[in-house]
Ligand binder design. Structure first.
Ligand code: FAD
Ligand code: UDP
Length: 369
């Protein structure tokens, strides 16, 4: 048996919060991470004085004061408010769907006019409960917005027809009858000044925590299981069980990053390409998350792709088939008590950062006595 109380597999946000809190409670924790750096998908790296979000744009947002105060222990946040725009064949629309979007699309000026327009377009469904993403989208914003801003973007992002996708995915986005371009409804929002990596660095900087990067749990799994009294696993739950019940679906991404010799490429941090011809879903211009004034700029084109074994599994695909399979894996997980499964991959949930923090704090409360 090792000197440690816990092995944490994965130095992402879930693993880091768990390790930090367990260490504060006097536990000895070893963290292993298969990538060559800590921080998982929230990893940021400075280049040209700009914090580059290596695994896609990350905006912290929450309405939970406790979570906001928790994360503010590890970084100071700026006042960035996410207001992405959509580019549909050269036409620019504000997101999320709000009076600016409706005005540009239909020329309507008042909320009542916008509501009447949507009501007319959604009447194709009557009062039927939306059963998939397509029905949900049309029922929320009508057919015009669905066709220009949702259908092709969603099919590029998920590689599936909107008819095969769950309705909840589109409900992540607010629909507002005010002229408000804030992508989130949450009370607190911002980007950590100096990037996200420092947050995880500070969480893991404790005498009771040892961290090793470039180490894959599966390279020595039996030894880890023998050596550690408890393991917190934040990798893919189906991989942990050798895919014995079947393979869960994930969506992977390819990031194409370029440094450009200009101050301002697109005038906004996030531009979504909502047509079906542009091969990527969005372009991130990192400096705008922190109001950067550098002479150069760095942009990342985000291409969505089918996940196959060996790719990074960025998104769980929470449709009925996968949720059922996940439940079966969860039953296997519940039949043993050595390994706790946490995070986006361990719990197969489309978690945002604030939700991961809540889940990890809850896990510590129940697990660490
Ligand atoms: P991860 O960050 O994936 O960490 C898991 C870690 O485990 C990884 O580092 C992985 O390498 C490691 N690992 C896996 N298997 C093994 C193994 N076998 N051995 C060793 N190590 C292993 N959230 C927001 O709140 N706001 C946003 O704007 C936002 N934007 C996002 C954009 C994109 C493109 C993506 C993909 C996610 C976004 N998120 C956002 C979600 C956010 O990234 C997650 O909620 C959070 O990072 C999940 O943390 P985690 O610890 O569960 O997972
Ligand atoms: N979406 C869309 N058009 C957009 C932006 C988002 O149709 O311009 C849909 C799409 O289905 C996407 C979902 O809304 O998967 C959730 O968007 P979000 O920005 O929350 O996705 P994430 O940042 O997690 O990729």
């Amino acid at each position: 048996m090792s000197q440690y109380d816990y092995l944490v597999v994965g130095a992402g946000l879930f693993g880091a919060v768990f390790a930090h809190e367990a260490a504060l409670k006097g536990k000895k924790v070893k963290v292993i991470e298969k990538r060559d750096h800590i921080a998982g998908n929230i990893y940021t790296q400075e280049s040209e004085g700009i914090q580059v979000h290596r695994y896609g744009a990350h905006i912290f947002h929450t309405s939970d004061k406790e979570v906001w105060e928790y994360v503010n222990q590890f970084a100071e946040f700026n006042h960035y408010i996410n207001s992405p725009i959509a580019n549909y064949k050269g036409e620019i629309y504000n997101l999320p769907f709000n009076m600016n979007t409706f005005n540009k699309l239909w020329g309507v000026v008042t909320p009542a006019e916008a509501q009447a327009k949507i009501e007319e377009q959604r009447s194709v469904f009557g009062d039927k409960k939306p059963e998939n993403l397509e029905e949900q989208a049309i029922s929320l914003v009508g057919t015009d917005i669905y066709e220009k801003l949702i259908k092709d973007y969603t099919e590029k992002q998920w590689g599936k027809s909107t008819k095969e996708l769950p309705a909840f995915i589109i409900r992540r986005l607010p629909v507002r009858f005010t002229y408000d371009n804030n992508y989130f409804n949450d009370t607190y929002q911002g980007i950590p000044i100096g990037g996200y990596t420092q947050i995880v660095e500070k969480m893991l900087d404790h005498a009771n925590i040892d961290v090793e990067t470039g180490v894959d749990f599966f390279a020595d799994r039996e030894q880890y299981l023998a050596d550690f009294p408890k393991i917190v696993f934040t990798g893919m739950i189906d991989q942990y069980f050798d895919y014995q019940l079947g393979t869960l679906e994930y969506r992977s991404l390819r990031f194409e990053t370029e440094k450009l010799d200009m101050k301002n490429y697109q005038g906004n941090a996030v531009v979504n390409y909502t047509d079906d011809q542009t091969p990527y879903t969005r372009i991130i211009e990192h400096k705008h998350f922190e109001f950067g004034t550098q002479d150069k700029t760095i942009i990342t084109k985000e291409h969505s792709k089918t996940w196959t074994k060996g790719d990074e599994p960025y998104y769980p695909v929470n449709n009925d088939r996968n949720n059922r399979l996940y439940k079966a894996y969860k039953q296997l997980a519940d039949q043993q008590d050595k390994v706790i499964f946490g995070g986006r991959l361990g719990q197969y949930r489309y978690y945002d950062m604030h939700q991961v923090i809540v889940a990890a704090l809850q896990c510590v409360r129940t697990e660490v006595k």
